[in-house]
Design a protein around this ligand. Structure first.
Ligand code: GLN
Length: 241
């Protein structure tokens, strides 16, 4: 039986805006299709095996929560995450988790180090926080343009290095810096985004992309997505798209 093995990093701490709901969506969409689902939480000091998980997930958090887990993340999980990314595992970071996928989150003189899976830096700004509903156009497979809809709330402005690609183009909302017109980052199977909501209940198609990418399954059985489609449509409507 195919299965999806998920490692949730600091699920209690990095769970702002109910980001843990993303895990529930992955579980249900696997179980409804007869795909096994295994969830392993990884907290402070816990070692993880890069080969034992297909998808690594790090949700959003306030600066304080990020500060608490960043040191442990770098000390005990950084190398594992690099090894996992090298072997093609999927890695999803949301908001604070997205920021920690990069090199650092700078708050004035303080620097919270990230795992450096992608070449990006985040700088906390004294300007107003970037808050509101967002719609982003993404093209994860060539020629297949889709919309991710969600909600953003961040003080950090994330700047991608020259070799990095954003996850998508902002149709509505602020995005990664508030001025670049782009949102998130994608390098292979490593994805970072500012979108909460949580993200996956509003974008079931993206949950399926993650399941396919992480498991290597070519096709997934279709589901009755009437409610999920309604949630997606409403999220786009509130974002004005
Ligand atoms: N603390 C970070 C910021 O404000 C991320 C916030 C979040 O995860 N919503 O930029």
């Amino acid at each position: 039986m195919p299965r999806l093995r998920v490692c949730a990093l600091y699920p209690d701490l990095m769970n702002i805006y109910a980001d843990r709901g993303n895990l529930l969506v992955l579980r249900r969409r696997c179980e409804w299709r007869g795909i096994g689902f295994e969830l392993t939480p990884a907290g402070f000091g816990e070692e993880i095996d890069p080969a034992a998980h297909d998808l690594f997930y790090l949700g959003g958090g306030q600066d304080r929560d990020q500060r608490l887990c960043a040191e442990d993340l770098v000390a005990t999980k950084r190398d594992v995450l690099h090894a996992a990314a090298d072997r093609g595992a999927a890695i999803l970071g949301v908001c604070g988790g997205y920021q920690l996928l990069g090199h650092a989150y700078e708050l004035g003189a303080e620097e919270i180090r990230g795992v450096g899976l992608v070449d990006l830096r985040t700088v906390r700004s004294d300007e107003p926080r970037l808050i509101g509903n967002v719609a982003v156009e993404v093209e994860l497979e060539p020629g297949d343009r889709r919309v991710l809809a969600g909600f953003e709330n961040h003080a950090g402005r994330t700047h991608l290095g020259p070799g990095e690609q954003p996850l998508g183009r902002v149709l509505a909302g602020h995005g990664t810096t508030g001025a670049s017109g782009f949102e998130g980052v994608r390098r292979g199977n490593v994805v970072g985004t500012y979108l909460h909501g949580p993200l996956l209940p509003k974008n079931a198609w993206f949950a399926d992309w993650l399941i396919r990418t992480a498991t290597g399954l070519d096709e997934l059985a279709p589901l009755d997505d009437a409610l999920e489609t309604a949630a997606h449509t409403l999220a786009r409507q509130v974002a004005g798209r």
